[in-house]
Design a protein. Structure first.
Length: 148
């Protein structure tokens, strides 16, 4: 549980991040990320992945994203899944991508379900499975006939 002061720093850091004031966001969020705060870790990983206010360091981004994902942070799970899908900061691993995206979907991220639908219908790193792709598109709230 964050103290009131740390909660204020997190809120200020998130506000700076959303305002694209990335250097200020890093100053506020990085100490919280080091302390294990998942929302701060997720945003610091995004900054490291894309070189926003800091030098891009994809491997460090993946490590921090994994720490947030271990705490069941939905956006971190989705982002880590995408990192595994495309080999960004990690070795490409479709099975790990699928696992993270499924967990993100269970956290309520519909985009994770649709990404899984695309993986299975396109056969990205796996054998095509149109029925499984349809199932994921349905979970995402789409008409699978539009995609399959």
């Amino acid at each position: 549980m964050l103290s009131d002061e740390k909660r204020m720093e997190l809120s200020s850091g998130i506000a700076a991040f959303e305002a694209k004031e990335f250097r200020r966001a890093w100053q506020l969020l990085q100490p919280l990320a080091d302390a294990g705060e998942a929302d701060a870790q997720y945003r610091c990983a995004i900054m490291l992945q894309n070189g926003l206010g800091v030098i891009a360091r994809p491997k460090a981004a993946a490590e921090i994203m994994a720490s947030a994902a271990e705490q069941q942070h939905g956006l971190a799970l989705h982002s880590l899944g995408i990192m595994y899908l495309f080999g960004e900061g990690v070795e490409q691993d479709t099975a790990k991508a699928i696992g993270n995206l499924e967990q993100a979907g269970e956290c309520g991220l519909m985009g994770s379900w649709s990404t899984l639908g695309m993986i299975y219908t396109d056969g990205r790193g796996i054998e095509k499975d149109l029925e499984r792709g349809r199932m994921y598109y349905l979970k995402a709230g789409f008409d699978p006939d539009e995609f399959v």
